[in-house]
Ligand binder design. Structure first.
Ligand code: PLP
Length: 390
């Protein structure tokens, strides 16, 4: 059976060039990057080369890039580290309702420990209003954290405008750019961020490695204690192979950024239009907002997203839903709820996320298969109402 992968926002395949870049450090070059002998120096060289490549992807200086275990750690470190390092007793943090749980959960943990937290709403396209950020700022505000591109809808947030407001008020500004890296250009100076999180496995790199950009002069406390690596900020022996892989993935992402975003954007638009034409009463979420070019989030009312994902998987198409399993029950996505969707519509939503290996032929196959699967499931649905024929 032909198998098609439309779940690149969950993770991406490792690029062959990345695997090749990692191999020496999984085999003969096994030195510890902190050792002073030749083995160690070779490992150190690989880490520093990767740091420069990641910095180039972000428009940053190499010294401002800290390697971590991935997006979740980068954002936890940014949030807990910035709040801990901020002076004063009463502290306030601003975030948005559509953030990934890697942001929302640390913020909620801070709130439990007595930090004041504001979670800003978004408009019906999933955009944060920078003026809402300005209005939410208090004299105690120590951190603003708003994502660059949303993982479910692809919405690109007005980070540059928010960055200007944060800089005006002298507040540390973090952005979760996990879903933006490799899909849209990132320039940390233009965005005006102090801190920015990325993760290698979202751009054809290995899992379990990420980076946190830390602007020079930003006060950031440690997340862990136990050694001197990463300028005393992140202890533990570096995973040299993973870091070398991330460096190669960053190089490839930067080299192909323009072509790939145009190519996947064209494929995504054809997929969306084709599904809108073929599936009555369907719509695209966040359609009017600027979006990451690879991401489509579509609602097909009257059916459960989970049934669609299972039925599509049986036909060879891998994608995901607008629902998350929480304590054994299917909860509608908090992102779609924040956009104002009804819970049953949020549950009737699919996320289709394309990537570097997606082809025109796969889009043709999806346009043939997805409407058939939806029609069959709708016929079985007790709540399905066929549109009246005009
Ligand atoms: N932030 C966003 C927006 C994500 O989509 C993800 C992964 O799904 C993460 C953070 C977490 O990244 P990681 O899997 O590297 O921990």
């Amino acid at each position: 059976m032909k198998r098609i992968y439309f779940d690149h926002n969950a993770t991406t395949p490792l690029a062959p060039e990345v695997l090749a870049a990692m191999m020496p450090y999984l085999t003969e070059e096994y030195g510890n990057a902190s050792s002073i002998h030749a083995y160690g120096q070779n490992a150190r060289e690989a880490v520093e080369q990767a740091r420069s490549s990641v910095a180039a992807l972000l428009g940053a200086r190499a010294a401002e890039v800290m390697f971590t275990s991935g997006g979740t750690e980068s954002s936890n470190h940014a949030i807990f580290g910035a709040v801990a390092a901020a002076p004063g007793k009463s502290k306030h943090v601003i975030t948005s309702a559509i953030e990934h749980v890697a942001i929302l959960d640390p913020c909620r943990a801070l709130a439990k420990s007595g930090i004041d937290l504001t979670i800003l709403p978004v408009d019906c396209d999933g955009l944060v209003n920078p003026e809402d950020v300005r209005r939410a700022i208090l004299s105690e505000t120590v951190l603003i954290t708003i994502m660059l591109a949303n993982n479910e809808t692809g919405t690109i947030e007005p980070i540059e405008e928010i960055g200007k407001i944060a800089a005006e008020k002298g507040i540390v500004f973090h952005s979760d750019a996990v879903q933006a890296a490799g899909k849209i250009p990132i320039d940390v100076d233009k965005l005006g961020v102090n801190l920015l999180s990325i993760s290698a496995h979202k751009f054809n790199g290995p899992k379990g490695v990420g980076a946190l950009y830390v602007r020079k002069g930003t006060h950031l406390g440690p997340l862990m204690y136990g050694g001197h690596s990463e300028r005393d900020r992140r202890p533990g022996t570096e995973d040299v192979a993973a870091i070398a892989g991330m460096g190669k993935a960053a190089e490839l992402a930067l080299a192909h950024l323009k072509d790939e975003s145009e190519r996947t954007g064209g494929l995504r638009d054809r997929l969306e239009q084709g599904l809108l034409d073929r599936v009555p009463q369907s719509w695209v979420n966040s359609a009017r907002a600027p979006r990451a070019p690879n991401t489509s989030n579509m609602t097909f009312p009257f059916i459960e997203g989970e049934s669609m994902v299972i039925a599509l998987d049986l036909k060879g198409i891998a994608c995901s839903t607008g629902a998350a399993c929480s304590s054994g029950a299917l909860e509608p996505s908090h992102v779609l709820m924040a956009l104002g969707l009804a819970p049953e519509d949020a549950r009737a939503t699919l996320r289709l996320s394309l990537g570097r290996q997606t082809t025109e032929g796969e889009i043709d196959f999806a346009l043939e298969t997805i409407p058939q699967v939806i029609e069959r499931l709708r016929q079985l649905s007790p709540v399905y109402k066929k549109p009246a024929i005009a």
